[in-house]
Design a protein around this ligand. Structure first.
Ligand SMILES: Nc1ncnc2c1ncn2[C@@H]1O[C@H](COP(=O)(O)OP(=O)(O)OP(=O)(O)O)[C@@H](O)[C@H]1O
Ligand SMILES: [Mg+2]
Length: 346
């Protein structure tokens, strides 16, 4: 980890969406998209965030940035509570916190030139004037920073490949010198060969600029290379949080163990001997989450306590947090082979 200085503190953050149904548009319950998550993000670090589709990763990213107003909890940025800020104060902080998306093509305006796309935040925040030489210079500098020819500023998004478009999205996000960027699956839509290039670029930029990332992905293999620490989400809650190598070497939550067993090991001998633990079925609906531990309906280790009592998110040893009743008991929550009906040898 680069420096040890807390940039963001997320405390029991919740985002519930009302379900509006019926002819009269009455509220028929809530979707608990994010349901009480807590962690911090250090200055200049990459915190990877993984979990299955619909577990609340994008909602968490947006709620942290206050693009969605949280239902509960707090977000502290450099010690200041965003949830207590008015619209004007939030707007003043906006340049420090940016977001990049999975599909840059859907988020880059096709009618705008690269110059307009990358320079727009500077104009909106009143830092530079439209058509000014300073703006052109800054856009050229940003394009060089992301490894693109500054002459491309006159071109339009459709003229670029997916990887180049993601570079444009990154240049735009960097235009205001942010301290923090939520990266919502920035490489998931790219070819595998391009994914590594974009990850390397993002790492280089972090080293140069000291920016912190919340790097969201579906699976552990995508965040393995770039993350300093990794947070694992399931059904709106954090299941586990640990330093990257520690999470891979010693996953304490059965859900993390299942995600981990899906990551291929480069050594073919080790890979062949490995047991796979494949989760059956889909996660339950966040509109009607299971009682107790939300993972208990899919967990091979479930005991009565898991059905009745929600496990605390506890620090088992320094830096390693987990929400599992069995994780801190003798024998831990390691899935024994015989307990796993869907364990498939490969
Ligand atoms: N604006 C919204 N209104 C109502 N429900 C929403 C809204 N946004 C998300 N949800 C619901 O909240 C839950 C979490 O969604 P979210 O998009 O955050 O998950 P995700 O982990 O990012 O999924 P994916 O990996 O598919 O991107 C889902 O059940 C989703 O349907
Ligand atoms: Mg998402």
């Amino acid at each position: 980890m680069p420096e040890q200085e807390t940039l963001l503190q997320i405390v029991n953050l919740k985002k519930h969406f009302p379900i509006v149904g019926g002819l009269l548009g009455r509220t028929a319950g809530v979707v608990k998209a994010v349901d009480g998550i807590s962690f911090d993000i250090q200055r200049g670090e990459t915190l990877g965030m993984v979990g299955e589709s619909g577990c609340g990763k994008s909602t968490a990213g947006r709620a942290i940035l206050h693009l969605h107003k949280p239902t509960g909890g707090q977000v502290f940025f450099e010690g200041n509570d965003l949830t207590q800020m008015n619209a004007e104060a939030l707007r003043a902080l906006r340049p420090k916190m940016q977001m990049i998306f999975q599909d840059p093509y859907a988020t880059l305006n096709p009618r705008h030139s690269v110059k307009k796309i990358v320079g727009e935040p500077l104009i909106i925040h009143g830092l530079m004037k439209k058509g000014s030489p300073q703006l052109k210079e800054r856009v050229a500098e940003l394009l060089e920073l992301v490894g693109m020819d500054p002459a491309y500023m006159r071109r339009f998004p459709h003229e670029f490949s997916g990887g180049q478009r993601q570079r444009i999205g990154i240049a735009r996000a960097l235009s205001l010198n942010p301290d923090f960027i939520v990266c919502d699956e920035p490489i998931s839509a790219l070819d595998v060969s391009i994914q590594a290039q974009v990850v390397n670029l993002m790492q280089d930029l972090q080293e140069k600029l000291g920016v912190a990332y919340l790097f969201i992905a579906h699976d552990l293999s995508m965040v393995k290379h770039i993350s300093h620490r990794i947070v694992v989400m399931y059904l709106g809650k954090v299941m586990e949080l640990a330093e990257r190598n520690d999470l891979f070497d010693n996953p304490l939550h059965p859900y993390t163990q299942s995600l981990n067993s899906a990551v291929p090991v480069p050594n073919p001998k080790v890979e062949r001997k490995r047991k796979r633990f494949i989760l059956e079925g889909d996660p339950p609906s966040p509109a009607n989450p299971p009682s107790g531990c939300v993972f208990h309906t899919r967990c091979p280790l479930t005991v009565e306590e898991c059905i009745k009592v929600t496990p605390d998110f506890q620090e088992i040893y320094p830096g390693h947090f987990v929400a599992c009743h069995l994780a801190n008991q003798k024998g831990g929550s390691k899935i024994p082979e015989r307990a796993n009906p869907v364990m498939a040898g490969t």
